[in-house]
Design a protein around this ligand. Sequence first.
Ligand code: NDP
Ligand code: GDP
Length: 328
Amino acid sequence: MPTAFITGITGQDGAYLSRFLLHKGYRVIGLMRRSASSDVVGERLRWLGVVDHVELVDGNLTDITSLIRILEQYRPEEIYNLAAQSFVAASWQQPLLTGNVTGIGCVNLLEAVRIVLPSARFYQASSSEMFGKIQAERQSETTPFYPRSPYAAAKLYAHWMTVNYRESFGLHASSGILFNHESPLRGIEFVTRKVTDGVARIKLGLATELALGNMNAQRDWGHAADYVEAMWRMLQQDAADDYVIATGRTVPIHEFCRLAFAHAGLDYKDHVVSRQDLHRPAEVDVLLGDAAKAHRQLGWQAGVALEQLVAEMVEADLARYQKKLQHG
Ligand code: NDP
Ligand code: GDP
């Protein structure tokens, strides 16, 4: 049975990747940072029914000694670095923490791999945010980067260090440049989940209004369950490489709102307001990915349409609130 080590296992992608790898017969080890609320951090793994099937070990991406000890003990064949301060908006308030975790954290893990287990295969969770102020209408592996936030700059450093460790030390290190991907397990501060949570509260009479920032930004949204499969496929290749993972369709925030409210029989124009204080200091106006290389080399393509994703997320949030209301 192969062993996989996942940092960020308690996050959205960590949960879906765990379920995917468990189905494939992997032993799954996950890095969990100590928290005073450790009873709730496994919530996403619990939601997918896998919390009792993964092994959670204490450590932190910012503490290389914890990473070295874990690699020495478990000797995983595959390592997925999903941990990050992943929220763009927070990165302007905490630029140094974002740099430490999202940027240097990746290098801590690359160094630990280089020292302890250079034969392991490594995946870095890179981001379409690195394209930022886009330099081509559709962004592919060859499109120049232009990061527009401390988060994106930290991710770009981690991306290039992954490429450098591959080229300098021969590590099997791949970078997946993933466009936005969502699910019912998406963090509530991200716009899609904020919207579907808002739809549920408004539908059930718990709220009347939803305040958002820039409604005109456009994103290429896929489903997290599809995207974690692409991560795994990258590590099954003979040679490590970089891949864009995207749907190839981009939609403005207001259209996402329209779809989500309509799914609950509501008109978003009656409820959504755009507030200036929720706009960002610098915006990534539009992202649209070209995943032709992943299709060609990995045999991967997005499976879930946006309408399906929206429906699943709205239904899940309605069910969450209905359960809360029933149990007081
Ligand atoms: P989440 O924010 O849901 O999960 C982030 C994970 O990182 C959590 O498990 C969190 O732990 C963990 N973490 C944060 N800081 C540390 C630390 N110092 N040490 C150890 N673990 C830490 O992100 P997603 O699952 O959505 O995304 C996974 C990765 O992919 C991230 O790196 C993200 O930046 C990147 N990405 C995501 C995209 C998306 O659309 N979802 C698009 C492109 C890239 P805790 O639960 O304790 O907070
Ligand atoms: P990102 O692409 O990783 O930054 O993912 P987000 O879901 O956080 O943001 C996607 C887009 O939605 C960005 O262009 C935001 O400016 C825009 N947006 C508009 N209103 C909001 C809001 O209230 N919250 C968030 N998170 N984003 C918003």
